[in-house]
Write a protein that binds this ligand. Structure first.
Ligand code: SAH
Ligand code: SF4
Ligand code: F3S
Length: 474
């Protein structure tokens, strides 16, 4: 079947609301009988897009009368929102559901759902069908809005509901959403990806590019700003190709410019940008804006033109570095971050060294680096693979170089005062308050919990490789 895209009609969403009401009635009855509510636990693996989807799953679960919990052992409903980007993510999902089996042994009423990117792949669906009989519900990224219907069916018919033939990718508006934070928010600008980088599974599990209507995005951002949200991130696998699928007469830069006009004290981020669509117009809009963070996450993947070609990335290093230079020219204070893959099939020592020199030239503030992981069904998985030992040795060399560059990028911040959005007490360093700069750098400082969710000025005393340390500017 061909992949298709469409917008879910309001009547379909209304229908889902009907299912939500039905499940809710049952949960209300349970609460009245037992003196407590059934709880739901949602576990999220993968990227921001999945985190955003999980906020919708939680929103629906709450509407269906569940109380959201962070303890799987007390849940009556567990949903694992999976990721397929690397093998590790898939293994983690399977090992987690394996653990939840033990909870189900004690509470047979427990419904275990798996959704997200991993369970769109046929071999995974078959695997779960046969080897994980305690998984009751299975649905992919394009059926999130049908969660109430599928759950209602499972509860009513007491049988497994495993969706397998989802090839229609949708945009669904007007769904309940339960945001994790009261000051940081995700807003989807578009879904899917058309790029088919030869290593990547995303286009196969998230479908074709489809943009939300500009009016919907503007209304959502305006509402968030009015509610006091301070940091809003526009999401899309390839967010800067926004609008192209609709044949719109506006592009991503125009969308950003319009959003920037919303009055208030907030920052706008966006991710992820593909270098092939990173236009000068976009950078100009950022430089001239009031609210758009001077932060560019621009995955380079490799510094070798031969590898970039084999990856089907559609740019060479010269084009890439031209964008970086233009960002720095227009916004000297910009934070630039990137993604790098090491050990892509065909990567020679020379290619890898080209990546190292590209890092020295680009001087990213930070990178996310990954060891190439073959993904079934993608062209690169069929190519001749590089030995694991070579991959991990290159990975270590890459990290060592980037760590020294990150340190060099953070040192000059010593003595400067930066505006930081405070996240309250740090989970890892209980004695410190933490927050993030406009460019997303982590800062530890001496504030107090009451500052969570507000902007504070922090004087940086020490710039380290992975974080900045400072004190509140008096
Ligand atoms: N849409 C974004 C992000 C995609 S996933 C983009 O195009 O940049 C995030 C990162 O995971 C990618 O940038 C890439 O560096 C990495 N990645 C994707 N597939 C991978 C694979 N098979 N093995 C290792 N890393 C991978
Ligand atoms: Fe994957 Fe490439 Fe699409 Fe990013 S742009 S999601 S790396 S196919
Ligand atoms: Fe993973 Fe899907 Fe995101 S594969 S990285 S959760 S789009």
């Amino acid at each position: 079947m061909q992949d298709k895209t469409r917008t879910v009609s309001l009547s379909e969403i209304e229908e889902q609301k009907g299912y939500m009401a039905a499940v809710r009635a049952d949960n209300e009855w349970f609460a009245a009988e037992n003196g407590f509510r059934r709880k739901a636990f949602v576990l999220t693996l993968g990227c921001q897009q999945n985190q955003s989807d999980s906020e919708k799953l939680c929103g629906m679960a709450e509407q269906m009368g569940y109380e959201i919990t962070d303890k799987p052992e007390e849940a009556y409903l567990i949903a694992v929102n999976t990721c397929a980007i690397r093998e590790h993510a898939e293994k983690r999902a399977l090992s987690l559901v394996g653990q939840y089996k033990h909870i189900k042994a004690k509470r047979p009423e427990l419904v275990i759902a798996m959704c997200g990117c991993m369970v769109v792949q046929e071999h995974r669906i078959n695997d779960i069908k046969h080897r994980y009989p305690y998984v009751d519900l299975l649905f992919g990224t394009s059926s999130i809005h049908r969660f109430p219907e599928l759950l209602a069916e499972k509860l009513k018919c007491k049988r497994r509901v495993l969706l397998s033939d989802e090839k229609e990718y949708v945009v669904a508006e007007d769904m309940p959403i339960r945001r994790e934070s009261t000051y940081r928010a995700w807003v989807s600008a578009m879904y899917g990806c058309n790029n088919f980088c030869s290593y990547c599974i995303v286009p196969y599990v998230r479908g074709r590019e489809r943009s939300r209507r500009k009016e919907e995005i503007v209304a959502e951002v305006r509402e968030l700003v009015e509610k006091g949200y301070k940091d809003i991130t526009l999401l899309g696998q390839n967010v800067n190709s926004y609008g192209k699928d609709m044949g719109a007469d506006y592009d991503f830069a125009d969308l950003l410019a319009e959003l920037d006009g919303i009055e208030g004290d907030y920052l706008l981020h966006f991710m992820t940008s593909h270098p092939k669509d990173a236009s000068r117009k976009l950078i100009d809009v950022m430089a001239d804006s009031k609210h758009i963070a001077h932060h560019f996450h621009l995955p380079m993947q490799s510094g070798s033109d031969a590898v970039l070609k084999a990856m089907n990335r559609k740019y060479d290093f010269e084009r890439y570095i031209g964008i970086v230079d233009y960002i720095r020219e227009k916004m000297p204070d910009a934070t630039i971050t990137s993604d790098i893959i090491v050990g892509f099939p065909s990567e020679t020592e020379e290619d890898f060294e080209a990546t190292l020199s590209a890092l020295s030239r680009a001087r990213f503030d930070m990178i996310f680096s990954f060891i190439y992981s073959p993904r079934k069904g993608t062209p690169a998985a069929e190519m001749e693979q590089i030995p694991d030992k070579v991959k991990s040795e290159r990975f270590e060399r890459l990290l060592a170089l980037q760590n020294s560059i990150s340190l060099e990028a953070n040192k000059p911040l010593e003595g400067k005062t930066l505006r930081v959005l405070c996240d309250g007490r740090s989970k890892n360093k209980a004695e410190a308050i933490t927050g993030r700069t406009e460019g997303g750098k982590i800062v530890f400082f001496d504030g107090d919990q009451s500052m969570e969710g507000s902007f504070v000025d922090v004087e940086i005393e020490r710039g380290d490789t992975f974080a900045l340390y400072g004190k509140i500017k008096k």
